[in-house]
Design a binder for this molecule. Structure first.
Ligand code: KIV
Ligand code: ZN
Length: 507
């Protein structure tokens, strides 16, 4: 059985420290409860030495944490940070002290101003001290050590691995490998993670913590999991310094789609994302994967066709998941632009509750496209207006002037064909029969295949339109022509539909 990923959430630390207005204790508690509910196994609650407010928040969250949840507090590799963090996480059942130092050649030289040997000594001392201190408050307390800027350590990886072996001997049981700044290829980073995994004892948990500077943090995290990292450090909505940290939803779904059992409540993702966007005041970009308002929108005709054909299937032609997997109730959105086609028109009109056939959608497509070329995405209302104009009122050589009942089974039909006027009386078994007979006398015989009459819903069709007729003619080439019309009188709806059909056949 595949290893289960261990989700270590950093929203309350890396995420919070990146906000324009960091959360107060109440807000942190709200997000904390959401994380617990979502099912993450560990929460980095804050950086207690950073401020009194963060200390209090971490301590409070440690007090209310469920027994099985790991609570971690961040500390630089200095005694004061470590003791402060341990004091803050002491109330929980599973405390973890998380200390770190940079080991990339660049950072050791230009930021820390220390030699590699000095950094190595600091790391080992900090972990030794942290282990001693945490054991005093909880026998099961753990120490996590992070190689800050691990992603920049390709040149001195042997030094890093060697130091980590000592750090493990000093008591760290979780080794975190951050891509603190994402600068180059993911493969290079993942290969390095794999080398560390191979070099350390197998009971040591390897973690990755990826920033998203080049937009590849999800890929780096997912591939690191397959290279041996079990602890995946992620944030809600991808919140974190600069371009953010790894987005937890994307990692969870990528693993789920790859057949890995993910211990999170995936159905809560969408709602959670909206809540966090609101709380953080960091809006979800339109095109954000999975959760963006546009993430399920299709505008090209080919995509719309595939989306509609597979709409009710778990796997969709043009979507990575069924939206309900993440609790999204909105369906795949079909928007009509100049790039769209008949399927979109058919869906938009049908969704709005109006009858339409694919044949009719094909017919009005060029007109709708022309309108969309001028404005971009066309609102459904405009498409419906075009539909009414073109489908219910077909213009052409035939123009109905009047249709009247003169006596039982006797009707009068007045119409123009081009400029010629016809005034015909005809017998018929009802208006359709009489109208067809009048047309035949005038020299326009039609082959009626079928016709249907409907009572209309005044709510959507508007007052005055209470009847709709749909007629099916066969033209001289044996094709079926479908035409419809509406009116408050059934007999007028019948005759108008026949004239719409005549115009369609002759257009
Ligand atoms: O990005 C980073 O390297 C960090 C460490 C403190 C883990 O946030
Ligand atoms: Zn970070």
């Amino acid at each position: 059985m595949a290893r289960q990923p261990f989700f270590y959430d950093i929203t309350l630390r890396d995420g919070n420290q990146s906000l324009k207005k960091p959360w107060n204790l109440k807000e942190k508690e709200f997000v904390f409860n959401k994380l617990v509910d979502f099912g993450v196994q560990a929460i980095e609650a804050g950086f207690p030495a950073a401020s009194e407010m963060d200390f209090e928040a971490v301590q409070h969250l440690s007090r209310i944490a469920p027994e099985n949840l790991v609570i971690s507090g961040l500390a630089r590799a200095v005694e004061h940070d470590i003791t402060t963090a341990i004091e803050a996480i002491a109330p929980c059942k599973k405390p973890r002290l998380h200390t770190f130092i940079a080991m990339s050649p660049f950072n050791m030289k230009y930021v820390l101003n220390k030699t590699p040997q000095q950094v190595r000594d600091i790391a080992i001392e900090a972990v030794t001290f942290a282990k001693e201190q945490i054991k005093k408050i909880n026998q099961n307390g753990e120490v996590q050590f992070s190689v800050e800027h691990f992603g920049d350590c390709s040149e001195n990886l042997p030094f890093v691995i060697d130091t980590l072996q000592e750090v493990v001997k000093a008591g760290a049981t979780v080794i975190n490998l951050p891509n603190t700044v994402e600068r180059t290829r993911i493969k290079t980073f993942v290969d390095m993670v794999e080398q560390v995994y191979d070099a350390l004892p197998k009971d040591i948990i390897i973690a990755v913590h990826c920033h998203n500077d080049l937009g590849m943090a999800t890929a780096a995290t997912v591939e690191s999991y397959f290279a041996g990292a079990t602890q995946l450090e992620c944030g809600l909505n991808g919140l974190g310094e600069r371009a953010g940290n790894t987005n937890i939803y994307e990692v969870a779904i990528a693993l789920h789609n790859s057949g890995v059992e993910v211990p999170l409540k995936l159905k809560e993702i969408y709602e959670l994302a909206l809540t966090i966007a609101d709380m953080s005041k960091v809006p979800i970009p339109e095109k954000a994967p999975l959760i963006g308002p546009e993430a399920l929108a299709h505008r090209s005709g080919i995509h719309q066709d595939g989306a509609v054909k597979t709409k009710d299937m778990e796997k969709g032609a043009y979507r990575p998941i069924h939206p309900t997997l993440i609790g999204r109730k909105d369906d795949e959105k079909i928007g009509f632009t100049s790039q769209s086609g008949k399927t979109a028109i058919f869906e938009i009109i049908s969704d709005a509750g109006y009858p339409i056939t694919i044949q009719e959608a094909v017919r009005i497509t060029p007109i709708v496209k022309e309108a969309a070329e001028k404005v971009g995405e066309l609102p459904a209302r405009n498409i419906i207006d075009i539909y009414f104009n073109e489908v219910f009122n077909v213009k052409g050589d035939f123009k109905l002037v009047a249709f009247e009942k003169l006596a039982e089974n006797l009707f009068n039909l007045k119409f123009f064909h081009k400029t010629e006027f016809f005034d015909m009386n005809a017998q018929g078994n009802g208006p359709v029969d009489a109208c067809l007979s009048a047309l035949k006398q005038a020299g326009f015989p039609q082959k009626l295949v079928d016709y249907e009459q409907y009572a209309l819903d005044g709510q959507i069709f508007g007052a005055g339109a209470t009847a709709m007729t749909v007629i099916h003619f066969e033209d001289l080439e044996g094709r079926t022509i479908i035409a419809r019309a509406k009116d408050e009188s059934t007999s007028k709806a019948n005759v108008k539909a026949i004239f719409n059909g005549l115009n369609l056949m002759n257009n």
